[in-house]
Design a protein around this ligand. Structure first.
Ligand code: ADP
Length: 455
């Protein structure tokens, strides 16, 4: 039973069910039908006899009946006897003698058998007006009445099995057809498993039964999987690419120094380049590590009560110097004593990233505005600049890993590889918050951070 296919199991189940149903129906047809026939026959006999009694009368010592009286009706034979049991009128079924029948019993139905055939007999005693006594008797073959039913049951016994076979075969094909898409789903899954080609889809087409829905869900899942595999691949290739550049600079510089540097001073120049590149690599590696840990769910915020107003104030002072080099002024409007339950390191990295971006992509002698405020539900922070801005079609992409609007420009900056904003987004979300951006090319950008307050 274990290895049976669904279509076989289903077919077997309803074939057995149908067979039982047919047997039950035959049974009901036969027994209920027979009972019904029996009751009708008995009622008819009584009616027949009761009718005849009123028709019979003695005239001048001779029993007479209405000439129109029939002695056979609906399979019932009628006969009239005098009190000695001599037949006066009527008939009994052929092959039945008076002696075969039970003696008269008033208003009773009795049963008797002659040559294997069962008969019913019903008697009614009557006294005519002239005080003559008569018996009116009805006799009918019970088997005869049931013979019609027998034919019906036999017919049903032949037709029903045919119907069951028809239903079983028809049902088998319908189930087979209905389950064909399942086979296709299985085959697709198998092909993907064997060949590793995630671009395969089931594509069952139109239809809205459960199997079509399953196929659609399956295709949707494959879309998502393919997408995430593609991104994973892209991430690895981007990461290797970003690491390769500083490594080749380090190799070139050290080789140059080894070959050409005679004096320590000369070597120092190369060492400086090597040091810068190594620092860049170290920064990149630590960013990659953070993201990898975040992806695997191992990076959990270390929550504590933080005075965000103070923290942000210190960070702004730190960045002010770098901003000053570009002639940028930072204007801050921080509501004091804003407390947040969060991870201090993460919050610092979020704001350092946003401030550094605002400086990097801000214009010379421009401005940066930082606003911090809160309401009952959340803490809101705004970091706005009047720098180069971001084109609307690039706006959503800045949250992607390694995405840079203008790679040639940004690559000059140390350690800038397009991982900052994805990290900002991840860390904000780790605090249950959201980060959004509004920007207009040439006018500037604004990053809006909202973090819910925990009790
Ligand atoms: P990057 O290391 O390149 O700064 P980010 O992830 O921090 O990486 O930012 C991704 C890209 O978004 C940047 O390369 C830049 O093109 C754009 N960007 C980020 N912040 C700003 C801003 N304040 N103004 C204009 N462009 C920005």
């Amino acid at each position: 039973m274990k290895k049976w296919s669904v279509k076989r199991k289903v077919t077997l189940w309803y074939t057995v069910f149908m067979t039982l149903l047919v047997l039950l129906m035959l049974f009901i047809l036969f027994f209920v039908g027979r009972n019904q026939l029996d009751t009708t026959l008995k009622a008819n006999m009584q009616k027949f006899v009761a009718g005849a009694v009123t028709e019979a009368e003695y005239e001048d010592g001779v029993l007479e009946v209405d000439e129109e009286l029939d002695f056979f009706w609906n399979g019932i034979y009628l006969s009239v006897y005098d009190k000695e049991g001599r037949i006066e009128f009527g008939r009994v079924p052929g092959g039945v003698a008076f002696e075969d029948m039970p003696y008269f019993k008033n208003n009773k139905i009795q049963e008797f058998t002659v040559q294997g055939e069962t008969y019913l007999v019903y008697d009614l005693y009557s006294q005519t007006e002239n005080e003559y006594e008569i018996w009116v008797r009805a006799v009918a073959s019970k088997d005869g009445a049931e013979s019609g039913l027998g034919v019906l049951v036999k017919l049903a016994a032949v037709i029903f099995p045919f119907l069951v076979i028809l239903i079983a075969v028809g049902g088998y094909f319908v189930t087979k057809r209905a389950l064909r898409p399942v086979n296709r789903i299985r085959r697709t899954a198998e092909e993907i498993a064997r060949g590793g080609d995630l671009s395969k889809r089931i594509r069952l087409g139109n239809g809205d039964d459960e199997i079509y829905q399953l196929a659609d869900t399956f295709d949707y899942m494959l879309d998502r999987l393919e997408d995430s595999f593609r991104r994973e691949k892209q991430f690895t290739s981007d990461a290797s690419h970003e690491l390769r550049t500083p490594v080749s600079v380090i190799l070139a510089q050290s080789e140059y120094a080894l070959r050409n540097a005679e004096e320590l001073e000369e070597a120092k120049d190369s060492l400086q380049v090597v040091h810068r590149q190594a620092k860049k690599m170290s920064g990149l590696i630590s960013q990659l590590l953070t993201l990898a840990r975040a992806d695997s769910g191992r990076l959990k915020p270390n929550m504590e009560h933080i005075n965000l107003s103070e923290l942000l104030d210190i960070l702004i002072q730190e960045q002010a110097e770098k901003a000053g080099e570009k002639g940028i002024r930072i204007h801050s409007n921080l509501q004091s004593e804003i407390m947040l339950y969060g991870d201090e390191t993460m919050l610092m990295r979020i704001f350092i990233n946003l401030l550094q971006n605002a400086i990097s992509y801000g214009k010379e002698n421009g401005n940066i505005w930082v606003i911090l405020k809160e309401n009952e539900k959340e803490v809101q922070a705004y970091v706005r600049d009047d720098g180069i801005g971001i084109a609307p079609d690039k706006l959503e992409r800045i949250w992607e890993r390694f995405y840079q609007v203008d790679p040639s420009r940004e690559r000059k900056e140390s350690g800038s590889v397009g991982l900052g904003l994805p990290m900002v987004k991840w860390m904000t979300e780790a605090h249950g918050g959201t980060v959004k951006v509004k920007s207009e090319p040439g006018k500037g950008s604004e990053f809006i951070l909202k973090v819910p307050k925990n009790k």
